[in-house]
Design a binder for this molecule. Structure first.
Ligand code: NDP
Ligand code: GDR
Length: 378
C-alpha cells in the first residue's frame, strides 16, 4: 500500500468534499480505480466513498507528491475505518494489475488512467497507445486471469474524441467513429476491446463515451483551466497575456462532478451498454474566453492583433489580453463536438445539471481563491 502523504497537507481545492465516514454505513462493495489522482478519479472517489464503498486507487510512482486531488479523502492507513487505499501501479505493468486484482477482488473496476492530453499524444504516440490502448487490454486480461470476469463490472473511460471528424451532428452512440489523434485511435482500440470482451466472455464491461468535462480540478494544460487560471492572474496584474491555439474549435463542456455520477450509474444498470454523456450544447473556445473574462468584469474586443480589453488605453501594450500562438494548434483538429445524451437520460435517468456559465464561474472563482492562497501549483 502506498503513502499518500502525511495527511497534514492543506486541501488544495475549495470544492473538495470532506467525508465523515462515521455517518456512512459500508455498502459491502469494493471498487478499484486507475487514474484516481486525476480530475475524474478524485470526484469518483468522493462519490463512491459517500455511497459506502471501499475504494482502491492505483497511483503512479512520482518524484513529487501526485495525490493532491485526493489528499482530503486519505486517512492514515493505521487509523480506524479506513476505506480509501492507494496502491502503486501502472497500466503498462500487467504483473501489478494482476496481483492487485487478485488481492482486492473488486466488484467494480473503473479504468480512468490515461495519457489524456490530445496534443501531447502527437508527441508521444507510442506511449499513449501503450497506456490508453494496451493498458485497457492488460486490465481486462488481468480480470480474466484471476477469474473475476463473471462478477466484476468494468467501466472504460471512452471519449467523444472517437467521433473526431464530423460525420453526424449531434453525436450519439451509433455515430461512426473517425479518430483524429493518436490518443483517439488508442481509445478506439480500447473501446472495441470492451465490446469484444463483453461479447466473447459475457463480461459486464461498458464504454462511457464522455464529452469534455471540466472543473476547478481540471489539469492546467487543458484549455478551460488554462483560460481560467490566466483570467485570475491577469485580473490581479500577475500576467499580461494568454497565448492560445485554435479559438474556433467547438466543445460540449459539462462539469466533471455530474459525469462521474453517470459512470457509476452505468455499472448499476441491469445490462451492460455503452452510453454518451454530454450536455447537448456546444460552445467555441473563443466564447469560453469571453465568459471567463466576464466573471472578473473584463469585456473583450476582438481585433486582428488579438483580444483587447474593451475601453482600455490604446497606448498601453498590455491591453492585448489574448494572442494566438501556432504552437498550440494540433496537426489534425476535432472541430465540432456536440453530444446527444438522450439514451443516458432515458435509461439511466442521467442529465448534466451544471450549465456552462455556472461551470466557468466556479472555475474562475476557484482560481482566484488559489491565487490568493498562493497555491497555484495545482
Ligand atoms: P487526467 O489527465 O486528469 O487524469 C489521468 C489519470 O491517469 C491520472 O491519475 C494519471 O496519473 C493517470 N495515469 C496516467 N498515465 C498512467 C499510467 N501509465 N498508468 C496508470 N495511470 C496513469 O484525466 P481526467 O480525469 O480528465 O480523465 C479521466 C479519463 O477519462 C481519462 O482516461 C481520459 O482519457 C478520459 N476522458 C476524459 C474526458 C474529460 O473531458 N476529462 C472526456 C472523455 C474521456 P498521474 O496523476 O500520476 O499523472
Ligand atoms: P480536448 O481538450 O483536446 O478536447 O481533450 P483541450 O482542452 O486540450 O482542447 C479543447 C480545444 O481547445 C483548443 N485549444 C487549446 N487546447 C489546449 N489544450 N491549449 C490551448 O492553448 C488551446 N487553444 C485552443 C484545442 O485545439 C481543442 O480544440 C479533452 C481531454 O480531456 C481528453 O482526454 C478527452 O478525451 C476529451 O477532452 C473529450
Amino acid at each position: 500500500m502506498a503513502d499518500a502523504g502525511s495527511g497534514t497537507v492543506p486541501t488544495t481545492f475549495a470544492d473538495a468534499v470532506e467525508i465523515d465516514l462515521s455517518t456512512i454505513p459500508r455498502c459491502g462493495k469494493k471498487a478499484l480505480m486507475t487514474g484516481i489522482t486525476g480530475q475524474d478519479g478524485s470526484y469518483l472517489a468522493e462519490l463512491l466513498l459517500s455511497k459506502g464503498y471501499e475504494v482502491h486507487g492505483i497511483i503512479r510512482r512520482s518524484s513529487s507528491f501526485n495525490t493532491g486531488r485526493v489528499e482530503h479523502l486519505y486517512r492514515d492507513r493505521h487509523g480506524s475505518d479506513v476505506r480509501l487505499f492507494l496502491h502503486y501501479g501502472d497500466l503498462t505493468d500487467s504483473s501489478c494489475l494482476t496481483s492487485l486484482l487478485s488481492s482486492i477482488k473488486p466488484d467494480e473496476v473503473y479504468n480512468l488512467g490515461a495519457q489524456s492530453h490530445v496534443k501531447v499524444s502527437f508527441e508521444m504516440p507510442e506511449y499513449t497507445a501503450e497506456v490508453c490502448g494496451m493498458g485497457t487490454l492488460r486490465l481486462l486480461n488481468a480480470i480474466r486471469a484471476v477469474g473475476l470476469e463473471k462478477t466484476c463490472r468494468f467501466y472504460q473511460a471512452s471519449t467523444s474524441e472517437l467521433f473526431g471528424k464530423v460525420t453526424e451532428v449531434p453525436q450519439k452512440e451509433t455515430t461512426p467513429f473517425y479518430p483524429r489523434s493518436p490518443y483517439a485511435v488508442a481509445k478506439q482500440y480500447a473501446y472495441w476491446m470492451i465490446v469484444n470482451y463483453r461479447e466473447a466472455y459475457d463480461m459486464f464491461a461498458v464504454n462511457g463515451i464522455l464529452f469534455n468535462h471540466e472543473s476547478p480540478r481540471r489539469g492546467p494544460t487543458f484549455v478551460t483551466r488554462k483560460i481560467t487560471r490566466a483570467v485570475a492572474r491577469i485580473s490581479r496584474g500577475k500576467q499580461d497575456c494568454l497565448f492560445l491555439g485554435n479559438l474556433d474549435a467547438k466543445r460540449d463542456w459539462g462539469h466533471a462532478r455530474d459525469y462521474v455520477e453517470g459512470m457509476w450509474r452505468m455499472l448499476q444498470a441491469d445490462k451492460p451498454q455503452d452510453f454518451v454523456l454530454a450536455t447537448g450544447e456546444t460552445t467555441t473556445v473563443r466564447s469560453f474566453v469571453e465568459k471567463a473574462f466576464a466573471v472578473v468584469g473584463i469585456e473583450l474586443v476582438w481585433s486582428g492583433e488579438g483580444v483587447e480589453e474593451k475601453g482600455a488605453d490604446k497606448a498601453d501594450p498590455s491591453r492585448i489580453l489574448v494572442k494566438v500562438d501556432a504552437a498550440y494548434f494540433r496537426p489534425t483538429e476535432v472541430d465540432l463536438l456536440i453530444g446527444d445524451p438522450a439514451k443516458a437520460a432515458a435509461e439511466l435517468g442521467w442529465t448534466a445539471s451544471t450549465t456552462l456559465d455556472q461551470l466557468c464561474e466556479e472555475m474562475v472563482k476557484s482560481d482566484l481563491d488559489l491565487l490568493e492562497k498562493g497555491d497555484f501549483t495545482s
